[in-house]
Design a protein around this ligand. Structure first.
Ligand code: SF4
Length: 479
């Protein structure tokens, strides 16, 4: 964990982790199949709507307005939640948020909590912190459960266990479920319905006994104080209604100005994430209600680097993310390397721009380079975050932060050479002679010295025997 608390960051760096991931053909096959399926479904349902582009524009506009007046909307949200019987807590960083959650759980006298998926709590490493305090957190989302049983890490925003196939999941259930509660039935097969049933039976006892739940939030409406979770399995609904105490940890960027703004996002999110017209479960709650649902509701507003991100005029776009994962599913780099290579709870293109901003570019310097800049993520993003623009912006920051590197000096020397026809001619001659000496079958496999970094990941064509200028002088100059 880094200072500010985005877990798993930076070890190893992206190029190293990606190189390892590329060797895993099972991982690549799992990812290709899963992302390809979601990609096709998303395209099909998005194209059904004539006003899809207008919806994207509306989503982007609401997010921009929210970011401009974030302070005002957050204070309004606090007032609305408090008026509805909830309690709001402000957490500047991971440590503060973890401490608040642990104290709230301890005050109930409980030692177990059920959880519905929350990237914010993964970001701050809440489960690990609670474990240190003697409190066990049970993940109830199926994919999160798979990750927890395997002592693994999520590799996708929406499908955290995307790197596992169903046989691997069956083996995991058989080996581990018994350590956490109800064991998997004897002779469990790898049919998805059988696996879901095993998970359902395992989780049921947790739902029926847990007195405290921890959740994330997809949105929170400043005007009404309503918090919203969208999900597919109904496990969230159980966590949000059965326990006596509900603690929600939410990044401050999740606030939207009004209830009616949900009209836009509840169309954009399911179509962009799971390729569904509507997600199966949308839960909304506003404070507490006597005799219905949790009797205590706590909302923790988490900063953890977000106000620093907001201060960056280009980079702040990343805060508009609604975590749909469409950018991951279209990214050629993600499809081949998987989520773990990004070293953060936020993988893929959005992770490559969000993580370095949350923890400081110097702590995640390799991530802005984890992209081909092909622009597919921008085309897919339902709130029109220009991820390639932010990537280029962060790359410049990484380069600036490194000062006078050999690369910067080489670029400066190249600028001097390109500026002088005489020096350029001499350099071309030297490159032609040297290049042909190194080339095999017209390609240079590995360049010497500091140029090796360039040629490690690509073949370099051998320079031509004569430059264009020489050729021109010989063949055309006298015409
Ligand atoms: S950046 Fe856009 S496409 Fe990617 S997860 Fe966020 S909202 Fe979805």
């Amino acid at each position: 964990m880094t200072g500010q608390g985005v877990v798993w960051l930076g070890s190893p760096s992206f190029p190293e982790a990606a190189r390892e991931a590329l060797k895993d053909s099972q991982l690549r096959a799992n990812l290709k199949r899963a992302t390809g399926t979601i990609r096709d479904k998303r395209l099909a349902v998005a194209s059904e709507l004539d006003d899809w582009e207008a919806l994207r524009e509306a989503g982007a506009a609401i997010k921009k307005r929210t970011a401009r007046h974030l302070d005002r909307y957050l204070v309004q949200l606090e007032e609305s939640v408090t008026a509805a019987g909830g309690t709001v807590h402000w957490a500047a960083d991971a440590g503060e948020a973890n401490r608040i959650v642990a104290e709230l759980v301890r005050a109930t006298g409980e030692r177990e909590v059920v959880k519905i998926k929350s990237m914010a709590t993964q970001e701050i490493g809440l489960n690990e912190h609670l474990a240190e305090q003697g409190i066990t957190a049970y993940e109830t989302d199926l994919a999160e459960l798979i990750v927890q049983l395997g002592d693994d890490r999520p590799s996708h925003i929406l499908v955290p266990a995307i790197h596992k196939n169903r046989t691997e999941i069956r083996d995991l259930f058989t080996a581990e479920m018994g350590h956490w509660g109800q064991p998997a039935p004897d002779g469990l097969g790898d049919d998805p319905a059988e696996l879901a049933e095993a998970a359902r039976r395992h989780l049921r006892s947790k739902f029926l006994t847990a007195k405290v739940a921890v959740s994330g939030a997809n949105f929170a409406c400043a005007d009404s104080g309503t918090v919203v979770i969208v999900e597919s399995e109904g496990n969230g609904r159980m966590c949000l209604t059965l326990p006596e105490t509900l603690i929600t940890v939410m990044g401050i960027e999740k606030v939207v100005p009004t209830w009616s703004d949900l009209e836009v996002f509840l169309q954009l999110l399911p179509r962009s994430s799971t390729g569904e017209r509507m997600n199966p479960y949308t839960s909304t709650w506003t404070g507490t209600t006597d005799g219905d649902g949790p009797s205590a509701f706590h909302l923790i507003l988490l900063d953890n680097g977000r106000t620093d991100t907001l201060a960056d005029e280009v980079g702040r776009q990343a805060l508009a993310c609604i975590r749909c994962s469409a950018c991951l599913n279209v990214c050629p780099v993600f499809e081949r390397t998987g989520g773990h290579a990004y070293g953060s709870v936020y993988p893929g293109p959005i992770g490559a721009v969000l993580t370095p901003q949350l923890v400081g570019v110097e702590n995640a310097a390799s991530l802005p380079f984890a992209s081909t800049l092909c622009g597919a993520c921008y085309d897919a993003c339902p709130v029109k975050i220009d991820i390639p623009e932010v990537l280029a912006h962060l790359r410049a920051k990484v380069v600036e932060s490194k000062g006078r590197t050999p690369e910067a000096l080489a670029m400066k020397a190249a600028a001097t050479v390109l500026d002088s026809p005489r020096l350029l001619g001499a350099a071309q001659k030297a490159a032609s002679v040297g290049g042909r000496a190194l080339a095999r079958n017209g390609r240079i496999g590995r360049m010497p010295g500091p140029l090796a970094g360039w040629s490690d990941s690509r073949d370099t064509p051998a320079p031509p025997a004569e430059s264009f200028r020489t050729w021109w002088r010989k063949n055309r100059e006298t015409e």
